[in-house]
Design a protein around this ligand. Structure first.
Ligand code: 13P
Ligand code: SF4
Length: 304
């Protein structure tokens, strides 16, 4: 089917079904271009909670769609590719977290939003990379010991910012971990004027080389508001489409053009069309898990 025909059908179905299309910054360019809202995990959670639409087509990965469902249980949340997961989120499960909590009975549990609903249900607080530091500072006003799962690199970054220690889990994002200092050094040689911006899911060796370390939305805001015009981007390369679109006349260079999250790229225009046509793949979460996980997620949205 020709490209424009697919886009027209998606737009007609959106109206017919009262649907909204939420798109993460790492999605393919053509998915960005059909979005009602493009953003980071935090922005998408907030948008999912406030939309009046009956149907949310979530163009991202499974934990993001689950978070939208938990915040809006009365809405139908669709994930166009049911296999779009997050390897980091899969590095911890509810049983392992229960065992870790048993070893630290005085600690409160803070999970990165990149976790399953079952893990969130075991946690007191949730955070994204956009508000992790703020959440930790808030928690420390009430508690002394924090278990922070599953991203060891985000935990190490926040730990250095706040000056506190966490009980951590050995999880990480394989896409961000594959961006190495040599990539930044080479890019800096090629573009000596460029500011280096990296995601806190990157290793400490990488964040140490950066001018700015922030979430994907933080990156988009920074490049828009600064007078600088050249940037080396240390995160998944899908975000560069949005940066170029929002900032004509500025230049964006990926730290590594291999920083591609295959799960984020599973969503295609055809799959969005099939999803709206057949109302697939609907995200469901058991009621008890949903109710427990909502407490942690709502705290995150409130404190954001
Ligand atoms: P953001 O919340 O910064 O968009 O990050 C989500 C993610 O999965 C990064 O890999
Ligand atoms: Fe998960 Fe990494 Fe992909 Fe983000 S980029 S969805 S953390 S695998």
């Amino acid at each position: 089917m020709p490209f424009m025909e697919i886009v027209d059908k998606i737009n007609n179905l959106k109206k017919e079904k009262n649907a909204v299309i939420l798109v993460h910054n790492y999605q393919l360019p053509e998915i960005h271009d059909i979005a009602d809202f493009v953003g980071d995990s935090l922005g998408l959670s907030i948008e999912a909670a406030k939309t009046d639409a009956e149907v949310i087509v979530f163009c991202g990965v499974h934990f993001m769609a689950e978070t939208a469902k938990i915040l809006s249980p009365q809405k139908t949340v669709l994930l166009p590719d049911k296999n779009a997961g997050c390897p980091m989120a899969d590095m911890i499960d509810a049983e392992s977290l229960t065992a870790l909590k048993a070893k630290h009975p005085q600690a409160v549990a803070l999970c990165y939003v990149n976790t399953s609903a079952a893990v969130k249900a075991q946690c007191d607080y949730c955070c994204t990379s956009a508000n992790a530091e703020k959440m930790v500072r808030h928690i420390l006003t009430k508690h002394q010991e924090i278990i922070f799962v599953p991203d060891k690199y985000l935990a190490q970054f926040v730990s250095a910012q706040v000056g506190c220690k966490f009980v951590i889990w050995e999880g990480y994002c394989p896409i961000h971990a594959a961006i190495i200092p040599e990539h930044i050094l080479r890019a800096r040689q090629l573009h000596p004027q460029a500011k280096v911006i990296v995601h806190p899911e990157c290793s400490p060796e990488l964040t140490a080389l950066a001018d700015i370390v922030t979430s994907t939305e933080g990156m988009c805001k920074y490049v828009k508001n600064t007078a600088d015009t050249e940037f080396i981007i240390g995160t998944e390369i899908g975000i560069i489409h949005r940066m170029k679109k929002d900032n004509p006349g500025k230049y964006f260079y990926p730290a590594s053009d291999k920083a591609v999250c295959p799960n984020m790229k599973r969503t295609t225009l055809e799959k969005v069309l099939w999803s709206l046509t057949d109302m697939t793949h609907e995200i469901t979460v058991p009621q008890d898990i949903m109710d427990k996980a909502r407490l942690a997620i709502e705290r995150m949205v409130q404190i954001a």
